[in-house]
Write a new protein. Sequence first.
Lengths: 480, 93
Amino acid sequence: MKNSSENKFTVVIKKDCPTCLLIEPVLNELVASYQDKISVYVQDDPAFPSSINNKIDDTSLEFSYRNQIEIVPTLICSNSEQEVARTVGWDKSEWQQLTGLSNLGTNLVDFKPGCGSKSQDPGMEEQLAARFDSEKLSARKVELADSEDEIEACFDRGWSDGLPVVPPTSLRVIRMLKGTKKAPDEIIGNIPPDNLPCTIEKVAINAVMAGCKPEFFPTVLASVEAALQDKFCMHGLLCTTYFSGPVMVVNGPVIKRIGMNCGVNALGQGNRANATIGRALQLLIRNVGGGVPGGIDRAVMGNPGKYTYCFAEDESDEEWATLAQDRGFDRSESVVNLFAGEGLQPIVDQQSRNPESLAKNMANSLRSVVNSKLYGLADAILVVCPEHRRVLKQGGWTKTDLRQALLENLMTPGADIIRGAQGIAEGMPEKFKNKTMNKFREDGLHITSTGGKAGMFSAIISGWVASGEKGSQLVSQKIQ
Amino acid sequence: MTNTIMLDPTAELNPVEKQILPRLESLAGATVGLLDISKPRGKEFLDEVEKYLVEMGATVKRYMKPTFARVAPNELNQKISIECDAVIEGLAD
C-alpha cells in the first residue's frame, strides 16, 4: 500500500451542474486541507467556482477526454501519478473515505447524482479524438491552402470518381472507424491493380469520401475482403477492356439495420447505403489500388455501375432461398456477394401465369447474355421481381425448380451457334458443332430477387466474358 | 483560422503537392501557344520567341488576353488547351 499522505486529488466539475454547485463548500474544505495537492478542473466556466483561486481551465476538455471523465463532479485520488480510486457525483461517505477527511461536507445531503461530463456530449467524443488523438491515424495529412475549396481540392488531387466526394477530415475518419472493432493500422490486404498494402484506416478514408455512415463500414470492409478473394480476380476485372465492374448483392439482417433498399427502385438511385457502399469499393480501388480509367483501367466503354453497383435482396418470403443461402450461408448471417458484371437487361413477362411459361421466357432472354451465339463464356445473375416470384410460388416452384428449368431450356445444339451459323461470323468454335451446349457453365447462373411489388419486370445482370476459373467467379463474404 | 487538413486516401506514392502536368520531352512536332497578355511590346517579344520555337520544329499559335488586368477568360483557356501541347505566357512589359 502506498503512503496515503502522498495522495493527490483531482476534481472535475462544470458550472452547469447543480451537484457541482452544491459541493463548492466541499472544494473549499479540500483546498484548505490539501492546498497544492488538489487540482480542480472546470469544463465550462473558468471563473467558477469564484471561491477557489487555483482552478484549471479545461474548456478544451483535453484533461476530461484523456482521463475518461463521464460524470461531473468526478473525484480522482492518485498516488505517484497513478490513479488509485475515483468516485462520481456526490456521495458523502465515498468522498470522506477517499480524501481521509471524516468531516468533509457534513452539512450537505448524503447523496446527489452528478451530471454528464461535457466530454460526453453527443458527437463530442469523436471531435475530441480528432483534436487530441489524431496522431493515432497514420495516413499522410494534406493541408489545404487558404484559397482551396475542400471538394475542389479532392478533384484536383485526383481522388474522385468524377462526382464530388466528402472531404476526408480526421474527425470524419475517426467517426467512420467507430463502425468497426478492427484497429486502424490492421492491414486488410493488398489492393489491386498496384497490389499495395491497405489499412483499415485507408478503407475508412475512402468510405468517408464515398459518403458512407459509420454503420455501413462493416459492409464496406466485407466488400473489400470479397474483392480481394483470389477467385474474384479484381485485378483482371479492373484492367479489362470489357464493360464489367464489381456488382454487390447484400443479404441478411444488415439490410434492415442500415436501411438498404430492396424494394421500389432497388437498383436505382436514392438510397444512401446502396449508393455509397458500392462507391466506397470503387474509390478504394482507384485511390489505393491505382486503378484509374485510361491508366490501368482499359475499358472500351465501361458502364455506369462503375460509379456504384450495390443492392439488397428482398428477403420477405421465408420460402425463397436467398443468394447467400445458395452460397452456403444461413439466413441469420449478413453477407456481401460480389459479382463481376454490368448493366441490366429487362425481361418483360406480363402474360405468364404458370412457372413453365415464365421459365421459358426467362431462358430466351438469358440466351442473349454477351452474345446469343456465345455459350459458357459469361456468368449471369437473374434478378427475379416479386411478381414473378409470386407466379413461381403459386405454381409450387422453388428457386431450385426454376434454375433446373432454365438450364434445360438453355440447352442448344452446337450447330445453331457455331461460327458462321445464321450467317453470323461470331459464334462458338467449329468443334462444338455436334455437341449440345448449355448457355452457362456449371455454377454460372445465379438467382436473386429484389424490387417493388408491382410490375412483372425481372432482369439480367450480365457477367464478365472472363467468367469462371479463367477469370472471375461470384464470391461471398460474411459481414462481421 | 486554421486550414482544412484532410487524410490522404491514396497509397501515398506521389508527393502531397498538386502535380504539374508532364513536361514535353521535345518541341519537334509540338504545337506551342504564345499568349500575349496585352502588355506593351508583348508582340515584339513573342515574335522573337516564335522564331526560336519554329527553328526547333514547333508549330506556333498566337493568342491574346483581352486585358492584362484580369485572368484569362475560360473560353480562351479552353481554346488553348484544345489546340496546343504547351503554352508560353508573356508575363510583363
